[in-house]
Design a protein around this ligand. Structure first.
Ligand SMILES: *[C@@H]1O[C@H](CO)[C@@H](O)[C@H](O)[C@H]1NC(C)=O
Ligand SMILES: *[C@@H]1O[C@H](CO)[C@@H](O)[C@H](O)[C@H]1NC(C)=O
Length: 403
């Protein structure tokens, strides 16, 4: 009897721990969000245990979500879907079947997942890219770039860059009936990071003659420098992306060496020699007052120069697009930025939108006050949310009007 009671109490406590998560008051459908958040935490905790037992790397444990969500390439009445390769990189290609009056638009899409997870064939991404192709009658190229921990920076960036560069060739665009004046890059989260980095690099690449029409960045990660921005402090434990998970993703992008993760967790990974870079992410100047909520900016605390020497990637603008000068932002294409209030990465998006505007780039910045990280991908049962539909439709509407 005693043992049964103990088991019952333990189970109840575990359940309460998982179900109870502080869900912000203004979030719609709180029970569903709690369920989504609890599921993510459960998988994350199981992955942490498996890592601790030496069974698998933590990210490989999380990657099981990606594998469970995989759907094969399946064509429907509107879109032909195939898995193929562009420039030796795997891509999932969506070609509209509906007739078109002239040349089509195209979206080169990079999925999210912290440079470690995700894939174009995940049910939620397959749905989003298919929807994009169908609604815009556009060609969509969704890139399966290499992932950490097997591959570190710059592999992820190099893969998405070479696919984009390959696709932008006149001969390739014409093969797919794409208008060279109407191509954009887009991505969510780590994919938004890659899209921003690709758009910047293309400006400097004299071999590419086709210019991007637009970039669409959905709650992107854009800087490695300051991992204690107000949004990092305020949203450290919001669904579905905690501060510690962002730190794990960022550090894993560059190395599996835990010393970088530990330094990033305490925000002491930047050496004094790189202090000039802080001007590009100085939230004291770059954030609106209502996001600071009375917080006072304090000077950065510097770390030893060793980490930056060993892993220079984290100071590279191809990983952290906010680190370029204002002059390098000029000439970037029309930009869409989505930020969510309850998101660790909120302030990255705010600062980039602000700096782009100051550099003369036309920016549409949508800020969703009642949303959390990843919202656009929650449009399918059993994790279907009204806010997901709303934000997804808004993004597609922007592309429809601007691409
Ligand atoms: C094909 O497109 C039509 C019109 O946009 C839509 O009503 C239909 O649901 C689409 N079919 C699929 C399988 O998505
Ligand atoms: C950040 O901006 C504030 C206000 O303009 C300024 O006092 C501070 O020196 C800046 N810090 C850095 C590291 O750029």
């Amino acid at each position: 009897m005693g043992a049964k009671l103990l088991c019952f109490c333990l189970a109840a406590a575990l359940l309460a721990y998982y179900i109870y998560a502080p869900i912000p008051e203004d979030i719609e459908e709180p029970w569903k969000v709690m369920f989504i958040s609890a599921s993510f935490r459960a998988v994350s905790d199981l992955a942490a245990v498996a890592d601790w037992l030496g069974l698998m790397h933590y990210m490989e444990g999380l990657m099981l979500i990606t594998s469970a969500e995989y759907v094969p390439p399946t064509s429907d009445e509107n879109v032909t879907v195939t898995d193929t390769e562009f420039s030796n990189v795997a891509v999932r290609l969506y070609l509209p079947r509906k007739p078109s009056d002239g040349l089509r638009r195209a979206v080169v899409f990079f999925h999210g997942g912290g440079w470690c997870l995700g894939q174009a064939g995940m049910r939620s991404y397959d749905h989003l890219t298919r929807w994009t192709s169908n609604m815009l009658n556009a060609v969509v190229v969704s890139v399966n770039y290499r992932l950490a921990p097997q591959y570190h920076f710059p592999a992820q960036f190099e893969d998405v860059y070479s696919v984009t560069k390959f696709f932008l060739q006149r001969s390739v665009l014409s093969q797919y009936g794409v208008d060279p004046d109407r191509v954009c890059v887009a991505g969510d989260s780590a994919g938004g990071n890659l899209a921003a980095a690709v758009a910047q690099q293309l400006l400097e690449d004299s071999e590419v003659e086709t210019k991007l029409k637009a970039q669409a960045l959905l709650y992107p990660a854009l800087q490695t420098l300051d991992l204690n921005l107000p949004s990092y402090q305020e949203n450290a434990n919001k669904p579905i992306l905690s501060r510690s998970l962002v730190v794990a993703f960022w550090s894993e992008y560059f190395t599996s060496d835990p010393s970088l993760r530990e330094a990033m967790a305490s925000n002491r990974h930047i050496p004094l020699e790189s202090s000039h870079l802080f001007q590009f992410v100085n939230w004291s100047n770059l954030l609106p007052e209502e996001l600071k909520k009375g917080r006072v900016y304090t000077s950065p605390v510097y770390g030893s120069p060793e980490l930056a020497q060993k892993y220079p990637g984290f100071l590279d603008a191809r990983a952290a697009p906010l680190l370029v000068s204002d002059a390098q932002l000029r000439g970037l294409p029309l930009t869409y930025v989505l930020t969510c209030e309850h998101d660790v990465l909120r302030d990255d998006g705010f600062m980039y939108a602000r700096r782009l505007r100051a550099a003369g780039v036309p920016v549409t910045h949508d800020h969703a006050r009642d949303a959390f990280h990843g919202a656009v991908t929650f449009v399918l049962s059993p994790t279907e949310l009204a806010v997901g539909h709303r934000l997804r439709n808004r993004y597609i509407e922007w592309l429809n009007e601007n691409l």
